[in-house]
Design a binder for this molecule. Structure first.
Ligand code: MRU
Length: 353
């Protein structure tokens, strides 16, 4: 994507000590404001309030969080535990955290050399996710050309999957951007993604910066769009993919998969191998984050739309079973049909394949 003026995340070393600087995604698209973390509690709060969000970026942020704790002389194992538990569904978060913590431990578990090792590991993960994003964009664009040989795609996406969620151009949005650059994107349909509006606020922001032909719709309008034959494929990201190919992603993804299946439209998931959790046997084992009810009962903080005291149901994610997923695009190859064996085979390929 056109570079963000404020990158989604950066490590900085001002004279008063290292900091992790985040682009505050809760304030987009109104302003590109920075959120500066000088300690782990600030980063945990940023993760929980979605200042920083999206599976790959959570992993990167978690790894830098360990580096921050180490550089500032905090208790690294305790910091790692707090960070890893900040949100439960995106497997990348705990993975990134424990990867940096392991590097810190392997380098002695204390002092400047161990802190440097944690930081080097965070930087390596950041680089890897950037490269994975480029590779997924290329593989996803090839897949779209196969699935939709007529070109001129009308693609529907949900939540936010662009440069705001990874080191590179993102996951599903990176594929959309590749199609746009190739002159093949006729329309990007952007689900608003209630309740926190990641689609309306963030994906529309990224699409506008890329000068894409996009339109935002209320989530509930997707059905009539499919019925009118206006969607050629659905492209989404993932927060955790179980060993059987079940995909946890932003709540509202599963209904889209059902609609896509009913209308014979490809439903494509784009996610790095770092999002595949082969220790979780199937979708039933994925822990779904429950978020506070006020996110549903208020249209924005402090603006209720329900009677006082209304209860709310607010799962942040849902799970799409593998039989509804046409393909999973990873940086190591495309899994299709989606099943346990094919997923394991693609994940076991070497990085450069
Ligand atoms: O609650 P969020 O905004 O962190 O949810 C993010 C998503 O569901 C994305 O679609 C997902 O992380 C895949 S993008 C890499």
């Amino acid at each position: 994507m056109a570079d963000l003026r404020v990158p989604a995340l950066r490590w900085a070393e001002p004279p008063h000590g290292p900091v992790l600087v985040l682009l505050d995604q809760t304030r987009l698209p109104a302003e590109e404001a920075e959120y500066v973390c000088t300690d782990v509690p600030a980063l945990v709060a940023a993760i929980q309030s979605l200042v920083v969000r999206g599976a790959p970026l959570l992993g990167i942020a978690g790894a830098y969080g360990v580096a921050l704790a180490a550089a500032r002389g905090y208790d690294v194992p305790e910091a790692a535990r707090l960070l890893a538990e900040a949100r439960p569904t995106a497997v990348n978060l705990a993975r990134g955290v424990w990867r940096a913590e392991a590097a810190h431990r392997a380098a002695g578990g204390d002092g400047p050399a161990a802190a440097e090792a944690a930081l080097a590991e965070a930087r390596a993960l950041h680089r890897e996710e950037t490269e994975a994003s480029d590779r997924m964009a290329a593989l996803g664009a090839e897949l779209l050309a196969e699935l939709l040989p007529g070109g001129g795609y009308r693609l529907l996406t949900h939540c936010n999957t662009g440069a705001l969620v990874s080191g590179g151009n993102g996951t599903a949005f990176a594929v959309v951007a590749a199609a746009h650059r190739a002159g093949e994107l006729r329309r990007l349909w952007v689900d608003e993604t209630r309740p926190l509006l990641q689609g309306a606020r963030l994906t529309a922001y990224e699409a506008a910066r890329e000068e894409m032909p996009y339109a935002v719709l209320a989530d509930a309008a997707a059905g009539s769009l499919f019925a009118a034959g206006e969607v050629d494929a659905v492209l989404i990201g993932a927060d955790r993919i179980a060993a059987d190919g079940s995909v946890a992603n932003k709540v509202g993804s599963y209904p889209l998969a059902v609609l896509a299946g009913h209308h014979g439209v490809p439903f494509v998931v784009v996610a790095p191998v770092s999002t595949v959790d082969r220790e979780t046997v199937d979708g039933r084992g994925i822990r779904i984050e429950e978020r506070p009810g006020h996110e549903v009962t208020e249209i924005r903080p402090g603006a209720p739309v329900t009677p006082v005291g209304a209860l709310a149901y607010n799962p942040a994610f849902d799970v799409t079973p593998p039989e509804l997923v046409t393909a999973i695009v990873t940086e190591r190859g495309v899994v299709s049909p989606v099943d346990r064996g094919n997923l394991a085979e693609v994940c076991s390929r070497s990085r450069s394949t």
